[in-house]
Write a protein that binds this ligand. Sequence first.
Ligand code: 0RA
Length: 640
Amino acid sequence: MTSSYSADQIQVLEGLEPVRKRPGMYIGTTGPRGLHHLVYEVVDNSVDEALAGYCTHVEIDINADGSVTVTDDGRGIPTDTHPTTGKSALETVMTVLHAGGKFGGGGYKVSGGLHGVGISVVNALSAYVEVTVWREQKEHLQRFERGIAIGNLQVKPNETHSTGTRVHFLPDAEIFTETTEFDYNTISGRLRELGYLNAGVKITFSDYRLAEPRIETYCYEGGIKEYVTYMTREKEALHQDIIYVEGEKNGVTVEVALQWCIDAYNDNLLGFANNIRTIDGGTHLEGLKAVLTRTMNNVARKRNKIKENESNLGGENVREGLTGVISVKVPDPEFEGQTKTKLGNSEVRGIVDSLVGEVLNDYLECNPQVADSIIEKAVQAYKAAEAARRARELVRRKSVLESSPLPGKLADCSERDPSNAEIFLVEGDSAGGSAKQGRDRRFQAILPLRGKILNIEKTDDAKIYKNNEVQSLITALGLGIKGEEFDASQLRYHRVVIMTDADVDGAHIRTLLLTFFYRYQRELVDQGYIYIACPPLYKVERGRNHYYCYTERDLQAKLKEFPANANYTIQRFKGLGEMMPQQLWDTTMNPETRSMKRIEIEDAAEADRIFTVLMGDRVAPRREFIETHGPGLNLHELDI
Ligand code: 0RA
């Protein structure tokens, strides 16, 4: 009798209607990011099975028709009858919200954060799902459409003793109205990451949408140690072997891999909790940073590299040139913050601190020459930071404190609420002129930048702050000081739009600006404030009609629509300055009609490497990269 159900059971028995009604609540968005979460959710289940020690191989196929199949060789989803629902466990897992993690089976469920919503959510948001389970020498198959079982579990004998699960699904175009097309790079980036995070698990990714299928395997016996090697492969290491820590305490497992490099001036520490990238940090990273600073200062004093009367090295100094990965697995993860990408469990801080402290100390004692070179680099960083601080004070005194804050060439908007205000960064005065005349001055500001701004990747902080273009940028945007806590409330515009010409020079300037934002205040990028404007490349006129085309493909498509004998003209825009102000408004700036890309860094390891290649000392690979792709390739630009 239903009236005797406890509140608990009613919750467990919740159906899938709420998921279809409010998909955003379960997968964040129904845009490309949410779409890709479907794949991650299914894969996470198989990876969990691998972590529990029952599965060695996970295969992900994007099929020719755009559907996805995930196959593993684990124990198979249980198929016996579930006591509460009276249906098979498989059907229950697929059709009941929150049921996934509640199954006994001894599996150590580590998924969390944005994932871990349960495979039933994938089912609810798919046009169809077909699940095949091989268990107990039988093959079990069941089909679902939009979350509803179509017929019962089909069972037939299976001669082999092999076991496993296959989930084949097609995202529902009624839900994912923007797109149902999976992006190869987005998925491969995540799968490679999963490969590194779960040493020894073999992940095979195949894309059958092209005539020539693309197949890659990610399997790393060295786990996150190999991940760090991959991330530093363009850099020169300060010490050959990667410092590696692995340990467990109170059910929390911790893995850390670290390597300092000579020619790097930023730290690049990636944090993961239960295989989820913790973009906003959390207690695991806090613990790691604290123990790094304390240990390096202790060792430095012991080795007499810091004198008694001198002050300690700062955390930033110690981390300069450091590349590292920390991956923790927490039984009951708490994810905080708006995007649920900050680990909250306070016990993790101390666990990381004590596990890493011991190993790091031993390592540095056994390798005094490595200790000395890391300390030397940190001391240099400390001195450089002091010099930069003095230079910054200059900027501050000149701009912020002396209340002449806004640069003269900024054409500001009248809107004072940053969340409604946008600023266009344009190259040169002529484009600046068109933009100023074309804009809606109520909420759009224009900042023309002259020539190329400094290459941040190759300059030290002191020089950066003295650069005029950089000073205008900082003051116009209301940015704080590098390294200090990012304060979004100071940001004067919540859309910072890079608007450069669609040529190689424009791409270069765009890269310089992106590098600046990425290195100077990465939160601007991480929190989604940076956009790229998409001006048209061509204007086609035919009779009294005209059309703007944004890509070569757009143009070809448009021309194909015309009858064979049509008369038309094509104008190619060589730069924004060539456009009439009204044209620039219509095509690129008007929120009603424009197309803009928001920069989202999906794969931080790759982004760091790309910026190193793009902006480092080696000219040839950079030139080739920019000319073929522009800088956006690995930055996962989302159309909005
Ligand atoms: C619950 C219990 C058991 C296995 C699984 C779930 C399982 C789920 C998925 C989803 C994709 N692949 C999977 N593989 C396994 C263990 C059942 C037992 O004791 O045999």
